[in-house]
Design a protein around this ligand. Structure first.
Ligand code: TXE
Length: 488
């Protein structure tokens, strides 16, 4: 199998060649699967100039919503037609199990179709009740040229929580995907262009975050930066954008609580505990990586979760029955194992896993569960981003709410109980943008995702996510005779 060769996608086409490349080794095999152009400042300048011209002069922002929706729907059709190819790229570059990669690309199609429907509904408000001769229109307009920075864990899906919504609003975009997993972003830009998105509207520049990512965030040609990634880099992006007074949206890390009450459907909750932490190799910002179990059911429940975890299949992500694939790279693999060591050293009880899983030459970690995890422990506090679950027991609602909310993060939380009173009471007291009850890491394009506290701000998906890519302009009109203010 030969490695895919990519160049930047700027102004409606791939560059003819690249001076330097970043090589991507499949985390599951160590084999080189792709080479991406290693972008420089000048490449980012070209992409921003193309996006700026396409916004200021091009047809895209002034096209009717119907025209943009038609093109976006055609783009969704092309993603569907290239489904297997896109799935393969995600599995190879990320190391995620193929069944989850299929879910990602189906999700991409759904996000584009939903965003297309929003292009038809982009509207403002009119006031006619302001007094004689007074009318006001609050017009909704595209925010402009958007810089989008995306991470490696869901390369196509997270990009599609942003780009189709920006395009539906009439914005033009410059995407800087993760240097590990840039393949699907480039393929999606080419498919959107094939569908009829005009040149310059959807640009992708690949390369290092510290070079092209940083330059994008500091660029005066950008009107809005939408970032998903680590809290640390998010902070540098906010600082850089402050210099040009540019709006930002931040989707950062998480450390969700997955709370199981004694009256829950325990079969469903056991599966939910596994899904919460092992979905996407645990490399997921909405992972339910802190499991809280009510003491009266804890021993039996935790035993079941541990038994099921020990049976999970870790290995080749292309195998249909693989549950956990490879960690994104060796550095991250070592970081995850370092967290596991800290759990042992700080006195948590290792129930299952806890070591590298042996499978070919890739970087695999066993499904790992720690019981009796105290709030002071590192594994309770830090986002591990791997298949490592920490379990803590609780007795009262007050106690579990305090534990859940003690995190610096506030992205998502989960509750399992058949009692609607418990579900609503707990939901209202949890500090996070997302709560799910009796399900986990579920969603739909209509539902916004947002963080509070260290997890960031701004919305993705849903009507609110669409509106992030718009701004309001208020027109106040006076008709008929106007009473003079300075009569003398
Ligand atoms: O993220 P980074 P990484 C967390 C997770 C993970 C850790 C590091 O805990 O272990 O972050 O992952 C670009 N200016 N999440 O290293 O570094 C970079 O090239 C502008 C949570 O991948 O934040 C990439 O495109 N951009 C997260 C993007 O930022 C810069 C998902 C994210 O990279 C830049 C992924 C700079 N100075 C990791 N430096 C989630 N919320 O899902 C880097 N980048």
């Amino acid at each position: 199998m030969s490695a895919r060769q990519y160049t930047h996608f700027i102004d409606g086409r791939f560059d003819a060649s690249a001076d330097a490349h970043v090589e991507r080794k499949a985390p599951a095999t160590g084999e080189i699967v792709a080479r991406f152009a290693s972008g420089q400042i000048g490449d980012m300048d070209r992409a921003v100039a193309a996006a700026r011209a396409a916004f200021d002069k091009g047809p895209w922002p002034s096209m009717s919503g119907m025209e943009r929706a038609e093109i976006l729907n055609k783009y969704a059709d092309l993603v569907r037609a290239n489904f297997d190819r896109l799935v393969r790229i995600e599995v190879e570059e990320v190391g995620k199990p193929i069944r989850f990669a299929r879910g990602d690309i189906s999700g991409v199609v759904g996000l584009i179709r939903y965003a297309a429907s929003l292009a038809l509904q982009m509207a403002g408000t009119t006031y006619t009740n302001l007094g004689a001769g007074k009318t006001a229109m609050i017009m909704r307009e595209p925010v402009g040229v958007v810089g989008l920075i995306t991470p490696w864990n869901f390369p196509a899906l997270i990009l599609s929580q942003k780009v189709p919504f920006a395009l539906a609003a009439g914005c033009t975009v410059v995407v800087k995907p993760s240097e590990f997993t840039s393949g699907s972003a480039l393929e999606l830009a080419a498919l959107a262009t094939e569908a009829g998105v005009p040149a310059g509207v959807f640009n992708v520049v690949t390369g290092k975050g510290s070079v092209v990512g940083q330059h994008l965030t500091e660029h005066p040609g950008i009107d809005f930066i939408s970032f998903t990634g680590s809290t640390q880099v998010g902070q540098t992006v906010i600082e850089a954008s402050a210099r040009n007074v540019v709006k930002t949206s931040m989707e950062l890390g998480g450390k969700a609580a997955n709370i199981v009450f004694a009256d829950a459907d325990l079969d469903a909750a056991v599966d939910g505990a596994l899904m919460g932490v092992f979905f996407n190799n645990g490399e997921c910002c909405v992972s339910g990586s802190r499991l809280f179990v009510e003491t009266s059911i804890a021993d039996e429940f935790i035993k079941r979760v541990a038994q099921r975890s020990a049976q999970l299949k870790v290995g080749n992500p292309f195998d249909e029955d693989t549950d956990i694939g490879a960690m994104i790279d060796e550095k991250h693999f070592n970081k995850v194992l370092e967290f596991v060591r800290s759990g042992v050293d700080e006195g948590a009880t290792l129930l299952t896993g806890g070591a590298a899983a042996k499978s070919g030459s890739g970087h695999f970690v066993e499904a790992t569960i720690f019981d009796h995890v105290a709030p002071s422990m590192t594994i309770f506090k830090e986002e591990i981003f791997g298949p490592v679950l920490s379990v803590t027991r609780f007795d009262t609602v007050d106690e579990v709410i305090e534990l859940a909310n003690s995190s610096i993060y506030g992205l998502s939380n989960y509750v399992w109980s058949k009692n609607i009173d418990t579900v609503l009471t707990v939901t209202k007291r949890l500090k996070s943008g997302w709560v799910q009850a009796n399900t986990i890491i579920d969603g739909a394009p209509q539902l916004p995702l947002s963080g509070v506290k260290g997890s960031g701000f701004g919305y993705e998906m849903g009507q609110a996510g669409f509106e992030e890519f718009t701004q309001l302009k208020t027109l106040f009109i006076h008709t008929g005779p106007r009473q003079p203010v300075f009569a003398r």
